[in-house]
Write a protein that binds this ligand. Structure first.
Ligand code: FAD
Ligand code: NAD
Length: 441
């Protein structure tokens, strides 16, 4: 179809999720004429299908609410999947919203459902999509991804969750807490295999204690419909009967169909877009990318990059620093990790010094009978700096924030050991390992 150029914008943003929406908003606030192209909901995954509904259900589970109350609150928080308020706020901030599927037609031109729009700068923020593993029969089975698991009102009697990463563990806890009989199947030998081993071990124990059947080192080999529900054969030879399968085996950057080849950007299927430290795409002028499409995995990372892109489009050179982006699970107990993990240090040949502390040894942990929990801190022996940390415990994502700051700001251990924490708090748990690291370095 031949297209005509309808308008020229300073900036066109492809994708209105966390990254795209924030970037568009910042650029419009700075006086740029900005259009944002979105083919689903303004706000993207996080407020409607991901962070917000999952955190709402986890919170309801902690409070012991009924499933009906929990999903009513979830649906209220996700505005019943109505993005009209978010769209109105974005338009009020000066951004033009173009509804439809955006594709780069050629350098300087984006096509949206037959109409063409010019741009000086283009920001690709098209997010990611779930990966469904190729397993015999899986495509014909009643399968959910997190999208369905976080929007439908059903509470399956028997649920098999494939994948023990962040989505799988959070949703296994949600459905297990509300009464589904949940089996969590993870192909790696442990949950959260990329993180410090104690995190996956404590999380698996917590899930098992609440009745989730956690199977590690096993993957689905074959799926068949049965009456009622379906039957799964696992690679270890065991058999599972279920009413529903939730696939949570990862996500891949959404790069197909965006027309990147038209501007000379080639990328393999499932590969993230390559950006430099300023979030410039493939080193090309006027082309930028932010969020999951670049291989990021969290909303806060998407927002961080969006700000970096906006600053650079506005001509203020800003580089991204990824050393202290938190990785969290909002389960009970929470899991928090930041910076270098023991696994990564091993892969990179980094000489890591570690020190840990059990939360049960803190007064707060005893007062609240918090159950098993732990903090580990990691320093690079060659530089003497704190480079990573992991924690499992109540609201670890809140009280470990100071460690992210310490890593990012390279705060010396001599200063960190001189900080007093309020008594009695979980935050006190970092004091002993900090002192130990300082003594041993
Ligand atoms: C179940 C779940 C729970 C999560 N929980 C958390 C959490 O607690 N904390 C956290 O930090 N992160 C969490 N995440 C991750 C977080 O949701 C993502 O990192 C975040 O949404 C990424 O934002 P984004 O802007 O890169 O992409 P998205 O939010 O995916 O937005 C991309 C948008 O682009 C649109 N789009 C794509 N292609 C086109 C096109 N060609 N034309 C027009 N529009 C297009 C899509 O429709 C979409 O709206 C969770 C993820 C999942 C799946
Ligand atoms: N709290 C948070 O910040 C949060 C919460 C949920 C999701 N997310 C993000 O959403 C994205 C998607 O999460 P996810 O959990 O789907 O992906 P993930 O990559 O974190 O985990 C996928 C897991 O599935 C396993 N797996 C892969 N193939 C398998 C198979 N065939 N059978 C069994 N197991 C298999 C992998 O070993 C891995 O442990 C991630 O980027 C994650 O960071 C973030």
């Amino acid at each position: 179809m031949s297209v005509t150029k309808s308008h020229h914008y300073d900036v066109v943003v492809l994708g209105g999720g966390t990254a795209g929406e924030l970037c568009a908003r910042e650029l419009a606030a700075a006086g740029r004429e900005v259009a944002l192209v979105e083919n689903r909901l303004i706000g993207g995954e996080s407020p409607f299908f991901a962070s917000v509904p999952s955190k709402s259900l986890l919170h309801a589970a902690r409070r012991g609410e009924t499933w009906e109350t929990a999903i009513a609150r979830r649906d209220e928080l996700t505005c019943e999947l109505d993005d009209a308020p978010a769209t109105a706020r974005l338009e009020e901030s000066g951004v033009t919203v173009l509804r439809g599927y955006g594709r780069i037609a050629r350098a300087g031109v984006v096509e949206v459902d037959g109409a063409a729009y010019g741009y000086a700068d283009l920001v690709v923020a098209t997010g990611s999509e779930p990966v469904v593993p190729e397993v015999e029969g899986l495509a014909d089975a009643p399968v959910w991804t997190s999208d369905e698991a976080l929007t439908v009102p059903d509470l399956p009697r028997r649920l098999v969750v494939l994948g023990g990463g962040r989505v799988g563990c959070e949703l296994a806890q949600v459905y297990g807490a509300f009464g589904s009989q949940v089996t969590l199947v993870e192909s790696a030998p442990a949950l959260l295999a990329e993180e410090a081993p104690f995190t996956g071990e404590l999380l698996a124990d917590a899930l098992r204690r609440m009745g989730v059947d956690v199977r590690t080192g096993a993957a689905p080999a074959k799926v068949e419909r049965s009456d009622p529900g379906l039957r799964l054969w696992l690679s270890d030879g065991s058999l599972l009967d279920a009413d529903r399968v939730l696939v949570a085996t990862g996500r891949r950057p959404r790069t197909r169909g965006v027309g990147l080849a038209a501007v000379g950007v080639t990328t393999g299927p499932g590969e993230p877009l390559r950006i430099d430290e300023t979030c410039r795409l493939h080193g090309r002028d006027g082309l930028w990318a932010a969020g999951d499409v670049t291989g990021m995995k969290t909303a806060h990372a998407a927002a961080y990059q969006a700000r970096v892109v906006a600053a650079n489009v506005l001509g203020k050179r800003r580089t991204a620093d990824y050393r202290a982006l938190p990785r969290t699970l909002f389960t009970t107990p929470s899991v928090y990790a930041v910076g270098v993990s023991p696994r990564r240090a091993e892969n990179e040949g980094m000489d890591l010094l570690s020190a840990g502390y059990d939360l049960a040894a803190t007064v707060r942990g005893r007062v609240e009978d918090a159950g098993p929990g732990r903090v580990e801190l990691y320093a690079d022996r060659s530089t003497g700096k704190l480079v990573g940390a992991a924690a499992v415990g109540p609201y670890a994502e809140e009280w470990m924030g100071e460690i992210a700051l310490a890593i990012r700001a390279e705060v010396p251990l001599s200063v960190l050991t001189d900080v007093a924490h309020a008594f009695p708090t979980y935050g006190e748990a970092v004091e002993a390992p900090l002192r130990e690291l300082a003594d041993r370095l």
